[in-house]
Design a protein around this ligand. Structure first.
Ligand SMILES: CC(C)(COP(=O)(O)OP(=O)(O)OC[C@H]1O[C@@H](n2cnc3c(N)ncnc32)[C@H](O)[C@@H]1OP(=O)(O)O)[C@@H](O)C(=O)NCCC(=O)NCCS
Length: 180
């Protein structure tokens, strides 16, 4: 799908980009963007990084949408099907285990600073919805209370805060859910 970014590096400058699913072969590009963007964050603790191996697995078994300008990846969103694993955010929401397989995790979203301000976090989520595995009834997510950009976007996309708790070995996070 073609998109038009209306600003680049905060300045009005239309840029045609392509939003499409990323393939396993593109895992290194996704991994590099993750590391590049995280290294630029004033507080990297807000974003839990993943290993290349995990990203390869997500691209193979889950869903990753990317925004591309030719060969340049500038944004991505990873959504995971965690089923009965303890990593399923449904497990922290009091949802019975029999229903976990119908919940997906909004795992991570990254927009390069050059492309911020185009609403890409919201667009990526919206465009992922029709691609979800059949039967999914809800999406769980976590957002740091110190990450207002991500939190505002999640709320604007229909996520509601379920609780505030420690996740990932002691990190303060809001746990959010969106019912489909
Ligand atoms: C969270 C994130 C994906 C949002 O990017 P986005 O979809 O481009 O954000 P929006 O289009 O909603 O931006 C709205 C406004 O906030 C600004 N903004 C967005 N993220 C910002 C950030 N991290 N720092 C400063 N300003 C930011 C935008 O420039 C824009 O400003 P404008 O209205 O003056 O043009 C992006 O900030 C990011 O990649 N952060 C690092 C990774 C992260 O925290 N991911 C979420 C946890 S998994």
């Amino acid at each position: 799908m073609e998109l038009c970014l209306h600003q680049v590096r905060g300045r009005a400058a239309p840029l045609s980009v392509t939003l499409r699913q990323c393939t396993r072969e593109e895992a290194e590009t996704v991994y590099r963007l993750q590391n590049e963007v995280r290294a630029m964050m004033p507080n990297p603790e807000l974003f839990m990084p993943d290993t290349l191996e995990n990203i390869q697995s997500y691209l193979e078994h889950d869903l990753c949408l990317g925004v591309w300008d030719g060969e340049r990846l500038g944004a991505y969103f990873i959504l995971r099907y965690c089923g009965h694993s303890e990593h399923n955010y449904a497990a922290f929401m009091g949802i019975p285990e029999a229903e976990w397989e119908y919940w997906a995790n909004a795992d991570s979203v990254i927009v390069h600073p050059d492309w911020r301000g185009n609403g890409l976090q919201r667009i990526l989520l919206e465009d992922a919805l029709p691609l979800l595995r059949p039967g999914i009834v809800g999406i769980g997510a976590t957002v740091s209370p110190g990450n207002p950009y991500s939190l505002n976007n999640a709320k604007a996309s229909g996520f509601e805060i379920v609780s505030r708790r420690e996740m990932y070995g002691g990190h303060d996070r809001y746990l959010l859910a969106k019912h489909l």
